[in-house]
Design a protein around this ligand. Structure first.
Ligand SMILES: Nc1nc2c(ncn2[C@@H]2O[C@H](COP(=O)(O)OP(=O)(O)OP(=O)(O)O)[C@@H](O)[C@H]2O)c(=O)[nH]1
Ligand SMILES: [Mg+2]
Length: 175
């Protein structure tokens, strides 16, 4: 599978922008499993991923990647190990406008390392433009003492350049 590209996974809670960032990266529409949100729309977001997203991507420098997005809902947590199997790295997306980003961060970092304690991870905080009081320190505190340190960036999941930078940061950890 290596010649088809390194396998990377997008993880994180509902609405963090996993499907959005994969669509931003990919020239063709990713394979997706979107279903209507059963509790009704969350703002502009009307659907949620129920199994996985997938896109084969070639970065501008020619690097081929296989990228998978996880479902954020806890209901589908059994998909995480299946989708992460064979992955070399995880991009953890967190909502900057969440009520308790430190708790989200701690929860998702544990969920990823529970599946693979050696996994390379970078964090992207999305939706900070919508967050009245987002503080990077809340995230740093949730990660305090963790070795190796996990790089953290703020990104807009709709912006291809910003998502690409996050992918490159992850590839640097893997190399
Ligand atoms: N304003 C703003 N909106 C953003 C930003 N990043 C992502 N979004 C929006 O946030 C929503 C993210 O939704 P999805 O991409 O479906 O989220 P997901 O992580 O795939 O969620 P599940 O599949 O339900 O787990 C979309 O409506 C995006 O347009 C940002 O930086 N700013
Ligand atoms: Mg999704």
């Amino acid at each position: 599978m290596q010649h088809q590209g390194l396998k990377l996974v997008l993880a994180g809670p509902v609405g963090a922008g996993k499907s959005t960032s994969l669509a931003a990266l990919s020239d063709i529409a990713p394979v997706s499993t979107e279903m209507p949100l059963s509790d009704g729309p969350m703002g502009e977001k009307t659907t949620t991923t129920v199994a996985l997203d997938f896109a084969a991507i070639v970065l501008d420098d020619g690097t081929p990647l296989q990228m998978f997005g996880l479902p954020g809902q806890e209901h589908f947590s059994h998909m995480r190990g299946i989708v992460m199997n064979g992955a070399l790295g995880v991009i953890l997306l967190l909502r900057g406008d969440a009520p308790d980003i430190a708790a989200d961060c701690a929860h998702w970092v544990s969920a990823v390392f529970e599946i693979d304690p050696e996994m390379a991870v970078v964090i992207g905080i999305t939706r900070t433009d919508l967050a009245a009081d987002f503080h990077m320190n809340d995230v740093r505190r949730a990660l305090a003492g963790r070795l190796p340190p996990i790089p953290v960036f703020t990104i807009d999941a709709r912006d291809r350049e910003q998502v690409t930078q996050l992918v490159r940061a992850l590839l640097l950890l893997i190399e």
